[in-house]
Design a protein around this ligand. Structure first.
Ligand code: UTP
Length: 407
């Protein structure tokens, strides 16, 4: 992009301040800034916390396939799933581009060590769980790891250093998620340097289009991967490319599936799988009305009782179909370091602007059918979000011990 084109793009979005120091920049920094202007999406800046694209239509319950039913059909579902894995039809995507702010570590979350007598890293737990499936099916499963520009090198170096925890490195591919501009509360982008617009990772909803941009869909196409299991980094017990889950989704003719757990209480902070205007959707815990909390299903059980755990399977052709749709934007207040009017570096200690994210859970509303597939939370739900308390290292350790995992 040349200067004139950059000027026009920035003018269109009211961001001409980006070029304030352009004339005084060395040539290579000038190019770098123009490239950034070319690549970034400024359209999102018209949204604010009060004015987002988020919608909520009419919400109604979506019945989950529960443990007893799964148990009855376990053999058949597992057979179907194993067969698909053997044929190379299933790949996994690990979402590891998050900042892990709540855990308070400077490293990628997956590098966190939950061991007590020996090192047990979060990434290691994920690989060990995948190796179970590899052994069961007798075939390798692709693992695509999404990182962010902030943690990519550390993540890749860690896998290298640990020799992929015994996984076949040819089946592990890394890709970096896209960034979006970070702005002040009026939607004006901050400058991180005189030659660089401040950016932040675009949330976990952009994983598939980022995979595409990084060329990984070529592998998906070439190898005929038909299903992708996308999952969060922080649940150290989850089963990945789980044959029974895959088989159940296929056998029930759904184009997507979501692992869900029975909620601890109506107020538990997990989104519940539901229908919104007749299509699958997720209603966040803070969106549940009192009426919804009290609603009962046909058996007299709470109607919005199954929470998602960020472990979804999607049919690849559907992902391609929905890839270019704009997902709802979640606008989050954040502390954004920047250069002030006089070019001084400022590290704010209170939120001074917005970051803009899309979320993988919103992809569920874009597909026609989604199987809500219950998993036993004691066996498969040990998220590490916080350093202590709920969903913390301590609670995850307890659950690992209960499941016979030596720490
Ligand atoms: P969370 O919403 O828990 O965010 O991410 P986080 O960044 O890990 O942690 P906090 O909120 O800063 O404490 C859920 C999953 O989505 C991934 C995370 O790595 C995690 O697996 N994620 C999140 C991304 O891959 N990219 C993002 O931009 C955000």
């Amino acid at each position: 992009m040349n200067y004139k084109e950059a000027y026009e793009k920035l003018e269109k979005y009211g961001q001409l301040h980006v070029l304030k120091y352009y004339e005084e920049l060395p040539e290579e920094k000038k190019d770098s800034l123009l490239n950034q202007v070319a690549e970034l999406d400024f359209e999102i800046l018209k949204y604010s916390k009060e004015n987002t694209t988020n919608r909520k239509g009419t919400v109604s319950p979506l019945a989950a396939m529960q443990l007893p039913e799964i148990e009855t059909n376990k053999e058949e579902y597992t057979r179907i799933g194993v067969e698909e894995i053997r044929k190379g039809k299933i790949a996994a995507v690990l979402l590891a581009g998050g900042m892990g702010t709540r855990l308070g570590s400077d490293h990628p979350k997956g590098m966190f060590d939950i061991g007590l007598t020996k090192p047990v890293y979060i990434f290691q737990r994920i690989i060990e769980n995948m190796l179970d499936v590899v052994r069961q099916a007798g075939a390798w499963v692709y693992l695509f790891v999404m990182t962010s520009d902030k943690n990519h090198d550390m993540t890749v170096n860690f896998f290298e250093e640990k020799e992929y925890f015994g996984y076949n490195r040819d089946f592990v591919k890394f890709f970096i998620q896209d960034v979006v501009p970070a702005s002040d509360f009026d939607g004006k982008v901050y400058m991180e340097e005189k030659w660089k617009i401040a950016t932040s990772p675009n949330g976990n909803g952009g994983w598939f289009s980022s995979m595409n941009k990084c060329g990984l869909l070529d592998i998906v196409r070439k190898d005929g991967v038909e299903w992708i299991n996308v999952f969060a980094v922080d649940n150290v017990l989850q089963r990945i490319a789980d044959p029974c889950f895959v088989g159940a989704t296929i056998a029930n003719e759904c184009v997507a599936g979501a692992k869900v757990v029975k909620k601890n209480s109506p107020d538990e902070r997990v989104g519940a799988l539901c229908l919104e205007d007749g299509r699958p959707s997720i209603v966040e815990y803070y969106e549940l009305t009192d009426e919804m909390k009290k609603a009962k299903d046909a058996d007299g059980n709470p109607a919005y009782d199954f929470g998602v755990i960020l472990n979804y399977i999607f049919r690849t052709d559907k992902l391609v179909e929905i890839m270019d749709r704009q997902l709802p934007l979640h606008v989050v207040e954040k502390q954004i370091p920047y250069r002030d009017e006089d070019g001084r570096h400022i590290e704010p200690d209170v939120p001074n602007g917005y970051k803009y994210e899309t979320l993988v859970l919103d992809m569920i509303h874009e597909v026609d059918t989604c199987l809500a597939y219950e998993v036993d939370r004691e066996k498969e739900f040990a998220p590490i979000k916080n350093a202590t308390g709920i969903d913390s290292v301590e609670t995850a350790r307890e659950l690992c011990k209960k499941n016979g995992i030596a720490l």
